[in-house]
Design a protein around this ligand. Structure first.
Ligand code: TYM
Length: 332
């Protein structure tokens, strides 16, 4: 089966519906047709300050939500990045073939460092996309399912793989990105001009997978819309309403056009009511299953350990190829 790799940062207490729509849904559906490798990228999370106890908890929570959303840890490989040493090691080698200017063009670093200024941003945040390239290339992944915000990082990954191969001979697989147009970017409910983000500024604008029913309803009912009063899909003129339609389409599996027809002559209240109900129904079983899994951290840790062993076997073989290609002396 073709190999797939993707991952998420354990940088919040819960994943949100943007992560769910943009990534998790694709992951779940691609498992049957791919040798799928899913990672909780804790090495990436520490590129901004993390509380150690919280990071540990969030790492388990992220893994639990992967499973609750339908990732099967018996069939797919679901592991924690820091459990596989090869990630940091390959990242070092890739650092040496990445141009400084090339890294400086990464827009996510520019956005994230713009908040606190480059003097408070870590060098780890700067080299973050190179570690991400290492993640993907270690597994010889042919496809990387992600949301739109990751496109540039996957492009860099492709460039680095091709550059490594041309300098040292065919060693790494050049992966394809997979972004689904319909789910690529979910926006903040309070600020529909910006993507929904774990570090978003308005707590009311983010629907977390672990939110309870009441919180979900409240957030969706207070979503920012517009004053036109007509339910139609127009992301430029009507970002708030269009985002709600997108979310409803994703969770009900109904085309946006059909939804728009069904709300003809109705107010935004009706749309919000339908979105709230559908999202509550979609997320309730995921939340419940996540909480059950988190009730037994020993079992979760056991699964992660077995999966890390599986991941290490693949990653170590690739790293050995890379070390040989660059000319490191074998340990003997
Ligand atoms: P992260 O943790 O920010 O997001 C995880 C996944 O969710 C997608 N996503 C969204 N999709 C739609 N709408 C949104 N509002 C939204 N917000 C997030 C992201 O595109 C991503 O697919 N750098 C990565 C983690 C990573 C990784 C990797 C991904 C590390 N190594 C290797 C793929 C392959 C990140 O920060 O994702």
């Amino acid at each position: 089966l073709p190999r797939l790799f993707s991952g998420m940062q354990p940088s919040a207490a819960s994943l949100h519906i943007g992560n769910y729509a943009g990534a998790l849904l694709q992951w779940r559906d691609m498992q049957a047709s791919h040798d799928a490798v899913f990672c909780v990228v804790d090495l990436h999370a520490i590129t901004v300050p993390q509380d150690p106890a919280e990071l540990r908890e969030r790492t388990r929570r992220t893994a639990a939500q992967y499973i609750a959303a339908g990732i099967d840890p018996e069939h797919s490989t679901l592991f924690v990045q820091s459990h596989v040493r090869a990630h940091a090691e390959l990242a070092w080698v890739l650092n040496t073939i990445t141009g400084y200017g090339e890294a400086a063009r990464m827009t996510q670093f520019k956005d994230k460092s713009a908040r606190g200024g480059v003097d408070t941003a870590s060098v780890g945040l700067f080299t973050y996309p190179i570690l991400q390239a290492a993640d993907i290339l270690l597994y010889d992944a042919v496809v990387v399912p992600v949301g739109e915000d990751q496109r540039q990082h996957i492009e860099l990954t492709r460039d680095l793989a091709a550059r490594f191969n041309s300098r040292f001979g065919d060693t790494l697989v050049v992966p394809e990105v997979r972004i689904l147009k319909e789910t690529a970017k979910i926006y903040d409910l309070q600020n529909p001009g910006s993507k929904m983000s774990k570090s978003g500024e308005s707590p009311q604008g983010i629907v977390w997978l672990l939110d309870d029913d009441k919180a979900i309803v409240k957030k969706i009912k207070s979503a920012v819309t517009d004053s036109e009063g007509v339910v139609r899909f127009d992301p430029v003129e009507k970002p708030g309403v269009s985002n709600l339609l997108t979310i409803l389409s994703i969770v009900t599996g109904t085309e946006v056009d059909a939804l728009v027809d069904s709300f003809a002559g109705q107010q935004y209240g009706a749309l919000k009511g339908a979105v709230a109900e559908a999202v509550v129904e979609e997320l309730r079983p995921i939340r419940q299953r996540s909480l059950e899994l988190l009730d037994d951290p020993g079992e979760l840790d056991r699964l992660l350990k077995i999966n890390a062993e599986r991941a290490s076997a693949i990653a170590d073989a690739t790293l050995a190829r890379v070390y040989d290609a660059v000319g490191f002396l074998p340990r003997g």
